[in-house]
Design a protein around this ligand. Structure first.
Ligand code: ATP
Ligand code: MG
Length: 139
């Protein structure tokens, strides 16, 4: 049923839990998995003297998050590709879902945010609202 699954990760425990579902569903449906991470937009930092240091750090951190997820998924024999994009996060996830014609987007209910008590974070909430396909939010 799903040929292509988009799994979005911020490297949080919530996203790791969502990854278990991505792994099992991709295996079941013989689906390709696109792992997406969006790093915070850099545009407001342009011109500052530490720009390139911060950019390098954000991109390296994003790659690390993607590599960890991809290593786990491909170790289970899945076909995996990674997509590292500059934020805004919701737009980045939706863009990949549209371009790759995803049949399903999987993400955690919450992420690295620290506000307690919310059922959904801003990313999971907005992706659910605007996704072009079904969404699995894991809690
Ligand atoms: P908020 O960011 O609004 O304070 P939060 O961090 O608790 O809240 P979200 O950011 O909505 O919650 O995270 C929910 C899920 O969305 C995560 O588990 C992850 O799957 C995905 N996600 C969050 N941030 C990113 C990101 N930068 N790149 C890719 N996926 C992300
Ligand atoms: Mg967040």
């Amino acid at each position: 049923m799903f040929e292509c699954i988009v799994f979005a990760t911020d490297g949080s425990e919530h996203a790791r839990k969502a990854r278990d579902y991505a792994r099992n569903l991709a295996d079941l449906h013989k689906a390709r998995v696109f792992v997406v991470h969006a790093y915070s937009s850099l545009s407001d930092l342009l011109g500052f003297k530490d720009y390139s240091e911060i950019a390098t750090h954000r991109i390296a951190n994003g790659k690390k998050i993607l590599d960890e997820a991809a290593a786990d998924l491909s170790a289970h024999g899945l076909t995996v590709e990674t997509e590292l994009l500059e934020g805004p996060t919701v737009e980045a996830i939706l863009h990949v879902a549209e371009i790759r014609k995803a049949g399903l987007i999987i993400l955690g209910a919450r992420g690295l945010g620290t506000l307690k008590g919310l059922l959904l974070g801003s990313v999971s909430h907005k992706v659910l609202q605007h996704a072009p396909c079904p969404v699995l939010i894991v809690r």
